[in-house]
Design a protein around this ligand. Structure first.
Ligand code: CP
Length: 317
């Protein structure tokens, strides 16, 4: 695998397992760059990266911006709520305006599934999907994959549980595809109202009994309850959800001692998981954020035509 050979990064489905590994192997070198004293490299010197987020974000937008700056790009953020979008400007006109200003990369989050796919067909700039509707969040899945690889070396044979609001989660959809492509067994668990049976088409197991599942897992990924996306009440009460599906301290005691605890963020502490679990040594939630910068640096590098790196490329730079 010599390069990504594509203009855009839109979803996980269109990446082969070799391409996922290329991104993760490349991210390892950029993590070295990112964690040393002199952090910047000239990979995107003279290029412009624009972030265009129609939905709220802390981690994804900031880490794309930081990744672009560390690669020496010029960065622009479109503040959607105070831009001409509120006067009714269409997505395509907003993006053509950015193209007229010579943006080379557009990182977009949008509430409509497939919005980045539509955009990518209509503009010359590279489009990177920062999350579209319920559909896909490819860079989150790549950073989640990288984070597990960093701890375990391989996903082959690992049993990964994804717990909670699966129905509304683009992270779940992308993680499932990435993890299974790399040979992990994935089990989904949550209330039946948040875990439709149609997820079986992804080649995963489904269970509604978290207590039974916990002792089997090597990795547990706790998803956020997306109350803003839920139409009507999909579980009786937070207390009931807590009783059945929170990773409480008591439940955590049933897990393997070496289990990896993940959460894509933002967390609802006390709902998806207890503070003591979120902050325990098994938790890699903050490392996921750090790894997100390295993975996004790798994605920019590879979309720019970069080829696989070796130790010689980064030593002494
Ligand atoms: N994980 C994630 O997408 O977080 P943000 O919504 O803060 O970007």
């Amino acid at each position: 695998m010599n390069s990504l050979n594509r203009k855009d990064l839109l979803d996980i489905k269109s990446l082969s397992s070799d391409e996922i590994m290329l991104i993760c192997d490349t991210a390892k070198y950029f993590k070295d760059v990112f964690t040393r004293d002199v952090k910047s490299v000239p990979v995107l010197r003279g290029k412009t990266v624009c972030t265009l987020f129609y939905e709220p974000s802390t981690r994804t937008r900031l880490s794309f911006e930081m990744a672009a700056k560390l690669l020496s790009a010029n960065t622009i953020n479109v503040p959607v709520t105070t831009s001409s979008v509120v006067k009714g400007e269409s997505l395509i006109d907003t993006v053509r305006t950015l193209e007229a200003m010579k943006a080379d990369y557009i990182v977009m989050r949008h509430g409509a599934s497939l919005a980045p796919h539509f955009l990518s067909k209509n503009i010359k700039a590279s489009v990177i999907n920062g999350g579209d509707g319920y559909h896909s969040h490819p860079t989150q899945a790549l950073l989640d994959t990288y984070s597990i690889l960093e701890k375990r070396g391989s996903l082959k044979g690992l049993h990964i549980g994804i717990i909670g609001d699966i129905k509304h989660s683009r992270v779940a959809r992308s993680d499932i595809i990435a993890f299974t492509k790399l040979g992990a067994k994935v089990t989904l668990c949550g209330p039946s109202t948040l875990l439709p049976d149609e997820f079986r088409q992804y080649g995963v197991e489904i269970t509604y009994d978290l207590d039974k599942l916990l002792p089997e897992l090597d990795v547990i990924n706790m998803l956020r309850i997306q109350r803003e996306r839920q139409k009507g009440s999909l579980f009786p009460s937070i207390r009931e959800y807590n009783l059945l599906y929170s990773l409480t301290e008591e439940r955590f005691a049933k897990c393997k001692p070496e289990i990896i605890v993940m959460h894509p963020g933002p967390m609802n502490r006390g709902i998806e998981l207890d503070d003591v679990v979120a902050d325990c040594p098994n938790s890699i939630i903050n490392e996921q954020v750090t790894n997100g910068v390295a993975v996004r640096m790798a994605i920019f590098y590879l979309l720019a035509g970069g080829t696989p790196l070796s130790d010689a490329d980064t030593e002494g730079n």
